[in-house]
Ligand binder design. Sequence first.
Ligand SMILES: *Cc1c(COP(=O)(O)O)cnc(C)c1O
Length: 392
Amino acid sequence: MKSYKFETKAIRAQLPKTAQQEHSVPLFLTSSFTFETAEQGAAIFKGEQQGNLYSRFSNPNTNEFINKLCLLENCEKGVATASGMAAIYVTFASHLQQGDHIVASKNIFGNALHIIKEYLPKMGITYTLVEVDKANEWQEAVKPNTKLLYVETPANPTLKLADLSFLNNLCKAHNILFVVDNCFASPYLQQPAKFGADLVIHSATKFIDGQGRVLGGAIVGKEQPATACYDFIRRTGASLSPFNAWVLSKSLETLAIRMDRHCDNAIAIAQYLSTHPKIKKVIYPFLHSFPQYQLAKKQMLKGGGLVAFEIGGGITESHQFLNALNLYSLTSNLGDCRSIVTHPASTTHSKLTTAEQLAVEVTPNLIRLSVGLEHIDDLLQDIEQALQIVFS
Ligand SMILES: *Cc1c(COP(=O)(O)O)cnc(C)c1O
């Protein structure tokens, strides 16, 4: 399987057929598994023989999903989790202890930031937050007790990139576990393990599902740190349900073709907005005007499905624009086949003070689009008519 291309692996890496000779992998809704003999049960419990015991530990559907994701991310081992947040929390909880220090970028998913700022200190774990694209801040943040470096790239909502090779070198020089949340790019556009990441985290709820149906997450990476996460989940219970794993494994079959369309639609919208007189700034990693364009080309296959831009005016014009759109859903989710529009300052980033918002460049007129799979003509036409209403 390893020698095949991404698309082939995503479709053909599946469980062996059962006696029914089914073509599409069935759903194994079972909480436990039986043994042929008492001796076999003993051997599986001891780990001398491979086999499923109980679906908190493993299940054919979760195994298929995670094994496929490992193949796609060039990783050795992994574990599927109940959500993206479970993957993030488990990674911290299974690798950090009292007295340790973590360095993370400020530009990460809100709940991940909350864990770092509110829950880790309760366990005696300290943190330093840095600007994702400032090399000197990362270097200065490292302490003798730094055990883990955590980053998201592209980062929400300003799509700033972390330089994965640079961060990997920093981690390897100081014996720090290098963890990357690869949710915005998806495994198709970027594989952080190729740049040396020890663990790669996904909220499978986003582009991997791609149709806004189920929650799920995953941690994949090098054998030893991924095993530590697996052992923690097996005992503490944030396992992925077999049903969600079944949905997500089938979703991976179409990830490449969906991401291609997300990216084609997104860059067309970014280019259109760049020429519009009422739009002040357009942010998209594969636009030449993107400050880290070269880095984007180095790390990512395409620019991704998210576009951010600043509309002329402030919060009033932003809200008017959202309300004038017909086709884009008003929700804060992303990575769906349905296009979504979000106003970060009044939703996802509303818990931050104005100063904190500006520090991560969330201005009152910043708008984020998660570009879906609808026809590009309809998506462009809807933006055009909404801008006409706001600025008429
Ligand atoms: C949504 C998201 C998460 C959290 O994932 P859930 O599946 O909602 O728990 C983590 N990281 C990023 C970048 C996300 O977008």
